[in-house]
Design a protein around this ligand. Structure first.
Ligand SMILES: Nc1ncnc2c1ncn2[C@@H]1O[C@H](COP(=O)(O)OP(=O)(O)OP(=O)(O)O)[C@@H](O)[C@H]1O
Length: 466
């Protein structure tokens, strides 16, 4: 049986929301409720949602505004809009903006179920279509970046969709997963491609200097300011400003940046004049920015401003199908650079796919760079790779891991039971190591909190520890 679909229900009328939620849950759906636009935006960033049921009138925004932002980012998610009785104008607007369908209040349970079922069918067709299209168009490349993994094809797709619009993008991913490269691809795919692409590594510049680097200063603004200097925000005028490691900026600077994200204006140090600059902002972080917001280390308003479109880059170990293509890509780049040919056996490629690559694509690229220099005959061998990789295989770490996963298939062995046991064990361990915190345990397990809750219920795992 396929897993239950999750519906985000954005509705501020609590009574109606609760009643509808119960009806939907009885029909086998999981429902995530949100009573405001802000709550909905937060849930969309933190949960896996299949369908959105969206009320038009919300206390802090309108459903149409949310629809506008979500349409390009979550184009695979059908959005069903709920309008007030007689408000056909909003329904028409919503449909024009790309809503999947609309329902007029009061909504009948049967009607709602039919529309949702149709939306699911539509979504399934979209997925099939997309896979077909990807196969036909060989959409595994974007500005020199290669991929074979479903997750990265989705990322490339999202980049192509959002690039032409001027919206702010927040890239999240471990170091070396390709955030800078994707930011550049967004710039190159945008109307601003003839303009400058300015990258600022916020972690590399001391925080007291970062403000003057970004916003510039007037002569005499501080000791040593012998002449005025134009900041990088202005250098990026008519282009893209890429703020890497955004999680490292100080709270003071966050306030100034917030103003810049709102109206693209700023005041250089020592000046009383506001300056404006026409830039598209892209930010990146290898930290969990939302956790930083919770801990009071990052402004929530700035987080929402930056995260209009969120792009999450998975670590390389979660997309090992990308490794062979990347190795070949890097080898041909070095062949061109050194005017020499290189080869690598399939066996070694398969081995390298089993290495966890904590430094992600950058580590893989550096490892190949080293191997092509050290190889004597052009045929890469494991010994040409960095020590930690050689040791990983020679010390039998990998073999040991394989041994511990040997399965005892005794008489009453059954695969479904075995899978359940493994799942229960993993959930219990994750909950234990995260001291019962479900959100963190879900993150550790690589599933949404909603699916964790579902599994806890399914396996009746003790929740006392919370
Ligand atoms: N899909 C890809 N195909 C080919 N090369 C890639 C791909 N993704 C990333 N790279 C290369 O991997 C290296 C690391 O990528 P990048 O610098 O974009 O990572 P990052 O996430 O920005 O890292 P950091 O957080 O440390 O700044 C770069 O040399 C980049 O060109």
């Amino acid at each position: 049986m396929s897993s239950p679909k999750t519906i985000l229900f954005v509705e501020d009328n609590e009574k109606f929301r609760r009643l509808t939620t119960v009806t939907l849950e009885k029909s086998g759906y999981q429902v995530i409720e949100a009573a405001s636009g802000e709550e909905a935006a937060h849930k969309m960033n933190h949960e896996e949602v299949d369908i959105i049921l969206l009320d038009i009138l919300l206390p802090d925004t309108t459903g149409l505004k949310l629809l506008e932002g979500w349409r390009s980012q979550y184009y695979n998610i059908p959005i069903i809009v709920c309008t007030a009785y007689g408000d056909i104008e909003d329904a028409v607007k919503a449909m024009k903006m790309g809503a999947y369908d609309y329902l007029t209040k009061p909504i009948k349970a049967e009607e709602l179920k039919v529309v949702i079922e149709r939306a699911i069918e539509w979504q399934n067709l979209q997925f099939e279509n997309k896979e077909l299209k990807a196969a036909v168009k060989n959409k595994f490349q974007l500005h020199g970046m290669v991929t074979r993994s479903k997750s990265m094809i989705e990322v490339f797709d999202l980049i192509e969709r959002v690039a032409p619009q001027d919206v702010t993008v927040l890239m999240e991913g471990e170091s070396g997963t390709g955030k800078s490269r994707c930011a550049r691809a967004i710039h190159q795919e945008s109307r601003r491609k003839e303009g400058p692409f300015v990258k600022v590594n916020c972690a590399a510049i001391p925080s007291n200097l970062l403000e003057s680097e970004l916003f510039g200063y007037e002569k005499g603004a501080f000791t040593g300011a012998d002449s005025s200097k134009k900041g990088l925000c202005l250098t990026a005028d008519k282009g893209t400003l890429f703020l890497d490691e955004i999680g490292e900026i100080s709270i003071d600077l966050q306030a100034k940046l917030l103003q810049f994200t709102q109206d693209k204006t700023f005041t250089p140090l020592g000046s009383s004049k506001e300056v404006s600059s026409d830039v598209r902002l892209i930010a990146a972080t290898n930290r969990n920015l939302w956790e930083m917001v919770q801990a009071g280390e990052f402004r929530e308003d700035l987080y929402y401003r930056l995260n209009i479109i969120g792009v999450k880059l998975p670590p390389l170990k979660e997309r090992t199908e990308d490794i062979p293509g990347l190795i070949n890509r890097f080898l041909s780049e070095y062949e061109e650079e050194y005017q020499r040919s290189y080869s690598i056996s399939n066996q070694l490629i398969q081995k390298l796919c089993k290495y966890p690559w904590p430094g992600n694509i950058r580590e893989l690229q550096n490892a190949i760079a080293r191997a092509v220099v050290l190889t004597t005959d052009g045929e890469l061998s494991l010994q040409d790779f960095p020590q930690e990789i050689v040791h990983y295989f020679e010390d039998g770490v990998q073999e040991e891991q394989e041994e511990t996963t040997t399965i005892q298939m005794d008489d009453d062995f059954s695969l479904p039971n075995h899978i359940e046991q493994v799942e229960i064990k993993a959930i219990e361990e994750a909950l234990k190591s995260e001291e019962g915190n479900q959100a963190r345990a879900a993150e550790k397990l690589g599933i949404s909190r909603q699916s964790l809750l579902y599994k806890l219920k399914k396996y009746a795992i003790d929740l006392e520890r919370e």
